[in-house]
Design a protein. Structure first.
Length: 380
């Protein structure tokens, strides 16, 4: 089945202008100035007046739930497909949080497979906060090699819930993800949760500067949790590292403003990504800051903060959209994601001129049409 998209204003993410896009078998078959209709095309979509970008990538979502720091009843439930599609997320990376006991990496793998079966692309990181890994196989390297969905490993630093890992301990993890990635044809990254302790990212800078470890395998997140942490993280970015700004929680200022500040400090937009930390467990507070319940961290704020970058920060669309498309694709080494070009996966987001999301295509299948979800998860 072939679908022709006509008259789209394409940001690939570079601005290509008005183009026709032909998709088939889940892939982009052609991007041309004009593609004539043909009886073999099963559908023709008129995208006149629409901005079309690559599908959005969220590289940090608690797809099987998280939370639990206020007891069992504070654990969040699994995410549903429509929650991701409704904000343009066509590729997601799931992970565990503090809890590697009641939450299982095997269950995480099953959920990633489930979301893939339901229509989007889903991956995962093995392990959780602790330096003592929890894996599907016997170790991190084997997970990288033998588990198709595993792109890397998670660990926490500068947090009272972490194991206070040393540089040498982290280097052992890095060796396993990078060598495992080398053997399996993946990049392999160590996805690092940052807390708010005064140690910040000292150990990561030590790994890069003292031990000369390749920086592209180190992927810190929650970098804008505090102003001090963000300033130090900009040094990491200046060394060539990719830094991930959380949109759903863990922020000292609106995330789009963190991006603008980084640009003012001379950091390239190509070193910055957004992720939501979606579906994490958060406390619900009243007007007096008293906890009155629990809530899930939102998953839609990557998209909203992209809009804010354009509408409030006056950043060109082709630059702003990189933080949720081509940049996370580069960080994860997903070569067929984050771009609109021949041979790439047919993941597309359609927006009107006000950047309101109207349509979503994931792996060549239309999931949202006219602002309405048309494909839902099996249990929705």
């Amino acid at each position: 089945m072939l679908t022709l998209i006509k008259n789209a204003d394409v940001y690939a993410p570079q601005h290509l202008g008005t183009k026709d896009i032909l998709i088939g078998a889940g892939k982009i078959v052609a991007v041309e100035d004009q593609i004539d209709t043909h009886p073999a095309f099963s559908e023709v979509i008129d995208a006149s007046g629409k901005i079309v970008t690559p599908g959005f990538i969220d590289q940090h979502v608690h797809i099987i739930g998280a939370g639990g720091k206020y007891g069992y009843a504070s654990m969040t439930p699994e995410i549903m497909l429509s929650e991701l599609v409704s904000c343009g997320t066509t590729t997601v990376v799931g992970l565990l949080g503090t809890d590697g006991t009641a939450r299982s990496v095997k269950t995480l793998y099953a959920k990633a497979k489930s979301l893939t079966d339901e229509g989007i692309s889903a991956y995962m990181y093995t392990s959780y906060f602790s330096i003592d890994p929890v894996t599907i196989t016997s170790n991190i390297q084997d997970d990288m090699i033998f588990i198709d969905k595993v792109l890397g490993c998670k660990v926490a630093i500068s947090d009272e819930r972490s194991s206070y890992p040393t540089a040498r301990e982290l280097l052992k993890h890095l060796r396993e993800v990078s060598v495992g990635g080398m053997i399996s044809g993946k990049k392999g990254i160590l996805h690092i949760h940052l807390g708010r302790m005064s140690s910040q990212i000292d150990v990561l800078l030590e790994i890069v500067e003292k031990y000369e470890y390749p920086i592209e395998h180190i992927s810190p997140t929650h970098v804008a949790r505090t102003k001090e942490l963000f300033d130090q993280s900009l040094k990491f970015a200046a060394l060539g590292g990719m830094i991930d700004i959380t949109t759903g929680a863990s922020q000292y200022i609106e995330p789009y403003k963190s991006v603008l500040y980084a640009l003012e400090q001379g950091i390239s937009i190509d070193q910055l990504t957004f992720s939501s930390d979606g579906n994490a467990g958060l406390a619900k507070l009243d007007e007096n800051k008293k906890m009155i319940g629990f809530r899930k961290a939102p998953v839609h704020l990557n998209y909203e903060q992209f809009r804010a970058l354009v509408k409030e920060g006056n950043l060109p669309i082709q630059e702003a959209v990189k933080v949720i498309t081509s940049n996370p694709a580069k960080n994860l080494a997903l070569k067929n994601k984050g771009k609109i070009e021949k041979g790439c996966d047919a993941d597309l987001c359609f927006m009107d001129q006000d950047l309101q999301l109207t349509d979503v295509i994931a792996n060549g299948r239309q999931m949202m049409s006219g602002g309405k979800i048309i494909v839902k998860g099996n249990f929705e």
